[in-house]
Design a protein around this ligand. Structure first.
Ligand SMILES: [Zn+2]
Ligand SMILES: [Zn+2]
Length: 147
């Protein structure tokens, strides 16, 4: 699965004229494999052994290139650090209030909401976002242990 996504992503970059450097390759691979919606800082820390000359700013610049090519989504949650998500199919996020963990889930039923909203308001709809908040299983079990 990862291999296919990576090859498609590299093809997309090539077709938009973006040069594939070893760093870009590694950042993309990490984003595709990681389920944690990493921040630029987390990507930097995961790859700094492999690329000692790479800076957080380099990671950021590469993420911006990927975002402009439509390969990754930047998720902003009102705090200073954005998280990055490799775009496969439309999905939603459930976020832990305690530890900030973000988990993907699919709910195709919401596609109709765009049509409904457009129909009711006359807007041309571009996108929508939905976030669910709660406590993740790890935080729930830690909370019960403390009592
Ligand atoms: Zn949690
Ligand atoms: Zn996601």
């Amino acid at each position: 699965m990862t291999e296919v996504h990576l090859r498609d992503a590299l093809d997309t970059l090539k077709s938009t004229g973006v040069r594939i450097t070893p760093q870009r390759h590694a950042i993309l691979e990490f984003l595709i494999q990681s389920m944690i919606h990493p921040t630029a800082d987390e990507i930097y820390r995961a790859l700094e052994d492999k690329f000692p000359n790479m800076s957080v700013a380099t990671v950021y610049n590469n993420l911006r290139v990927f975002r402009e090519s439509g390969l990754v989504k930047e998720l902003t949650f009102g705090d200073s650090s954005s998280r990055f998500d490799f775009v496969t199919i439309e999905h939603y996020h459930i976020i832990c209030d305690s530890c900030g963990k973000i988990v993907d889930f699919h709910y195709p039923g919401l596609d109709e909401v765009e049509q409904l909203a457009s129909h009711l308001t006359g807007f041309q709809v571009n996108s929508h976002r939905l976030e669910i908040y709660g406590s993740c299983p790890t935080c729930i079990s830690q909370a019960t242990k403390m009592q």
